[in-house]
Write a protein that binds this ligand. Structure first.
Ligand code: MG
Length: 454
C-alpha cells in the first residue's frame, strides 16, 4: 500500500490508549524504526509518571538497542528535562514516553532530534515508512546497544534553569508559592527549583501516581479548582499548575484567579524584551494582540506561526528569536532551550513577581485587556479546503494572516477561522476590546464557514 500521509505521528508525537494502540510490542518495533532512522549514536530515553510507562520504556529501550544504538535511560522526568539533556550529553536524539495532558489511560511517544526539539514531519514520515515496511535494522549479537542508567538528569536541568534567574532577587522577596504538578513528573523539579530560589513552596498532588488521583493532567479551570482554593487558603503569592509532562505552566494569581496562558506570556515577554529591545518573538496566530502590543512597545518583531509547539520551536531557531509562547501556557526561553518548559516558566514568573514588589494580579492588570470567544461548527473533512478558499475570496480585501486557516483583522479585533486537524469541524476564535464584540466576531466567523459550505 502506498502511504500518502502519516498514520502514527500526530501534532505531538504518537498517542493512544496503553495496551490497546500503544503496546509493548509496538514500542519494540517503533523503537527499532526510530533507531534505524537515527543510524548511530546514543539515544536518551525518559518517561512521565503513567502506569504503563515502565513497561513501554523497557520495550522502547529493547527496540533501540536491538538496532545497535546505545541508550541513556534517565527514568522519570518532565519532557523539557529530556530535551535539555540531549544536547548536554551530545546525544543523537531522544525518546520520551508520555501522553502529556491526555487522560490516564493514554500514553505516547515523542521523538527528539539532537537539538532537543521534536523531529520535523519528514523524519516522522521516514520512521513510519521503516515501521510499516518492516525495514528495521537488527544488529549482530556483538553490536547490540548498551544501556546506561543516569539519575542526575533532573539535577542538571534544575541547574540549567537557575542560571537564568537572579536568585538574590527571589530570595529577598520570600514568596509563597503553591505548586500543583497533577501527580505528574513536574513534581520532581518545579517545587525544588522554586525552593532553591528562596520561595516557600507548598505542593499539592505532588507524589507521582499514574492514575492521577488528585486531578486530570490537563490544566483547565475545572481541574485547577483545588489549586485556586489552596492559593487563597494559605495566602500564597501565586500558584502554578503543570500538565502531565510539565512542558506547560498555568498560573493562578494571589486572588485565586486562573490566568490565561497568553497573559503570563505577556508578562514574560515584557521582562525579556525590556532587557533586549529590537528582538524577535515567535507565537502562533491564535495568540492575543496583547503580545503584539508588548512586542511593538520594545521595537521588536513578532513572527507568527501555525498553531503547534514544534513549529514555534523550529521558527525560533530559524529566525534567531529570543522568546516564544503559546496561549495554552507554553513558554520557550531560547537562551535556556527553544522548547516549551514549565519549570523554567515558573521560575521566570517568580523572578518577575519578586522584582516588581507587586502582586501577580496587579502586574497582569497593567497589561492591555482583551476579551475572547471560542466557537466551533461542524464541517465534513472533504469540504474544509473549499471552505477556506471561499472565505479567502469573500474577505480578500480584509487585512489577514493566512498561514493557518485565516486570521482576519477588523478595526476593533480579529477572528481566527481554522479547520480542526483531527475532527470534522472548524473553530472560530475571536478577540476584541469588549466581550460583546468578541462574541460577535466569533459568530461572524461561524457564519462565514456555514455560508462557504453551500
Ligand atoms: Mg505537555
Amino acid at each position: 500500500m502506498v502511504r500518502t500521509q502519516k498514520q502514527l505521528f500526530g501534532t505531538n508525537g504518537i498517542r493512544g490508549v496503553a495496551n490497546e494502540r500503544i503496546t509493548a510490542e509496538f514500542c519494540i518495533n517503533i523503537g527499532s524504526a526510530i533507531a534505524t532512522h537515527f543510524e548511530k549514536g546514543t539515544i536518551i530515553v525518559g518517561c512521565d509518571g503513567r502506569t504503563s510507562n515502565q513497561m513501554l520504556k523497557s520495550a522502547m529501550i529493547s527496540g533501540i538497542t536491538a538496532s545497535g544504538l546505545d541508550v541513556i535511560d534517565i527514568g522519570l522526568c518532565p519532557t523539557p528535562t529530556l530535551q535539555y539533556v540531549i544536547p548536554y550529553y551530545g546525544a543523537r536524539g531522544g525518546v520520551m514516553i508520555t501522553a502529556s495532558h491526555n487522560p490516564p489511560q493514554y500514553n505516547g511517544i515523542k521523538v527528539m532530534a539532537d537539538d532537543g526539539i521534536e523531529i520535523p514531519s519528514d523524519e516522522e514520515y521516514n520512521i513510519e515508512t521503516i515501521y510499516f515496511d518492516g525495514k528495521q535494522y537488527f544488529a549482530e549479537w556483538d553490536k547490540i546497544g548498551r544501556v546506561q542508567t543516569e539519575s542526575k538528569a533532573c539535577d542538571i536541568y534544575k541547574e540549567g534553569i537557575k542560571k537564568h534567574i537572579d536568585a538574590e532577587i527571589t530570595r529577598k522577596a520570600k514568596l509563597k508559592v503553591v505548586v500543583d504538578p497533577a501527580n505528574g513528573v513536574g513534581g520532581l523539579v518545579t517545587p525544588y527549583v522554586l525552593r532553591e530560589l528562596g520561595c516557600s513552596v507548598i505542593t499539592i498532588n505532588g507524589h507521582i501516581d499514574g492514575t492521577f488521583p488528585g486531578r486530570l493532567p490537563e490544566p483547565t479551570p475545572k481541574t485547577l479548582e483545588m489549586l485556586s482554593k489552596m492559593v487563597k487558603c494559605v495566602s500564597a503569592d501565586f500558584g502554578v499548575a503543570h500538565d502531565g509532562d510539565a512542558d506547560r505552566a498555568v498560573f493562578i494569581d494571589e486572588k485565586g484567579v486562573i490566568q490565561p496562558g497568553d497573559r503570563t506570556f505577556g508578562l514574560v515577554a515584557n521582562r525579556i524584551l525590556s532587557a533586549n529591545p529590537g528582538s524577535k518573538v515567535v507565537t502562533p496566530v491564535s495568540s492575543s494582540s496583547l503580545i503584539e502590543d508588548i512586542v511593538r512597545k520594545y521595537d521588536s518583531e513578532i513572527v507568527w506561526t501555525k498553531v503547534g509547539s514544534i513549529t514555534v520551536s523550529r521558527t525560533i531557531l530559524k529566525e534567531n528569536a529570543i522568546l516564544g509562547g503559546e496561549e495554552n501556557g507554553g513558554i520557550f526561553l531560547t537562551e535556556h532551550q527553544p522548547v516549551r518548559d514549565g519549570a523554567m516558566t515558573a521560575a521566570l514568573i517568580a523572578e518577575i513577581v519578586a522584582q516588581s514588589n507587586k502582586s501577580l494580579s496587579a502586574l497582569l492588570g497593567e497589561l492591555p485587556q482583551y476579551y475572547n470567544e471560542k466557537l466551533k461548527t461542524s464541517c465534513p473533512n472533504e469540504k474544509k479546503a473549499q471552505v477556506i478558499q471561499r472565505i479567502l475570496e469573500k474577505t480578500k480585501d480584509s487585512d489577514q494572516i493566512t498561514i493557518d486557516g485565516t486570521k482576519i483583522f477588523t478595526e476593533d479585533g480579529w477572528v481566527l477561522i481554522r479547520p480542526s486537524g483531527t475532527e470534522p469541524l472548524f473553530r472560530s476564535f475571536a478577540e476584541a476590546k469588549t466581550q460583546e464584540r468578541a462574541t460577535e466576531l466569533a459568530k461572524w466567523g461561524i457564519s462565514l464557514v456555514k455560508d462557504a459550505q453551500n
